[in-house]
Structure formats: structure tokens, C-alpha cells
Design a protein around this ligand. Sequence first.
Ligand code: PGA
Length: 257
Amino acid sequence: MARKPLIAGNWKMNNTIGEAVVLAQEISNEFYNDWSDHVDCVVCPPFVDLKPVKTVFEFDRTKIGLGAQNVYWEPSGAFTGETSVPMLKEIGCSWCIVGHSERRILFGETNEDVNLKVKALLEGGIAPIVCVGESLAVRDAGNYLEFVTAQVRAALAGIDEGAAKECVIAYEPIWAIGTGRTATPEQAEEVCAAIRATLNDMFGADNADPIRILYGGSMNEGNAALLLAEADIDGGLIGGASLNAKSFMAIVKDAMR
Ligand code: PGA
């Protein structure tokens, strides 16, 4: 089955509300709604920017999706500083990044946490964008395929076959994130193909087929087309280049080719 490409912008901890509204408006101005037949375009701003960005998109009636960058798995309660699935849902998030390497490394997020978040999101009807990827040390040691596919298995453990198709996997080698050193299309494809094989094994080929696998890590308008041409790369998770509307939209256009 041909999967519809997905391009998601991960703004990380960038843009105050005022800046976010400007960028959302610029992105909306560049996007034509009939593109949404061919590509899913999503932006993932910081929590405080979600509602203002949603308001811009609603006003413009644009078909750009909204995603969060993190979530907590409990629906409510004494969890100071956390944000729940129902809260994201009410704002209008259809997507949520989980298990980004920055959260794993800087905030101690474990595979078990990621799994709980994925389950809570699926239950609440929000599509998880599950990030996996190896460090440079793991790549140099040579066991990166085992490492990444184990992350996939852990993140999606115990998930119903039918619900699995809502998940998106983002392969983001840590050594390529924000470094300007992107994986070559061959390097990215090797790992994405191994992820595809793992998903087939876990859920059966028919259930796994709709699951999209993204590449992320210094993807930009100069290298996106070649990465997106690979058989098992169905889109991109874009950090730095998503902070500029023209660069981000150039990648969205590449995904439609
Ligand atoms: P980058 O970030 O595009 O700036 O490398 C990607 C990501 O971390 O999602």
C-alpha cells in the first residue's frame, strides 16, 4: 500500500506566543489545502503555543495538523507540571511526539514511559509519533539495528493490532539531530527497512502496512528529496528547518513528488 507522506515540524523549545503566531501564519500562508490529499503536514509547537497556533489554523481553515511534543499518561491528578491526553485533545491536537531523544537523554524518559504514553494517546484518539534512534557510540559499535528495533518493540509492546496503524515511527539517529550531519539516504533506509520488518513481525504485514516511518535528523530542503525517495521512508520529522516557513514548506512539497 502506498502510504501518504507525513511531514511534521518539531519546534522544540522555540517561539513565544507572539513568535509562534507569526510563524503559524507564515506556514498557513504557504500551504494549499488541496495538498492535504497528498501529504499530511503537522506542526508541533511548545505547549503554551498550541492554542494560539490552533486559533491561527482555524481562522484560516487550513488543513495543517497540530501536535504536541510530549504528554503524561494519566488523565488528571497530582502530577505537577504535566499535561494530559484530554487536555491536548480539547485544544485540537491530533498528534503527539513521544520518546524524543532529547526527552530520553535530558529528562530520563524510559522505554516503559514511552510505552505508557503511546497507550494513553491511542486510547484518547491522538496519533503518537514515536521517536527512536541510536547514539554515535551505538552506531560505531555496529549494533544499531538491534538497538533501534528493540526501542520500537518496547514502545509498541502490548498494543492492539488494530490500533497500531495509528502510530507513526520517527527514526532519528541522535548523531544527526541538530548537527547538520544528516544520515545518508542509504543509512536511513537501512534502519527504516529494519523498523518496517519489525512492525510486520509484531502486528502482521496487513496491520503494519499503514504505519508510517519518518526520518529525522538535520533534514532540510537540500537533502529531503533523496531521503523521501527511499522505499521505507514515508516522511520527515523536522527540527531546525521547521522554524522557517519557506524551508518547511519546501520539504512538504518534496514529499508530494
Ligand atoms: P533537526 O531535529 O532537524 O534540527 O536535526 C530533528 C528532531 O530532533 O526532531
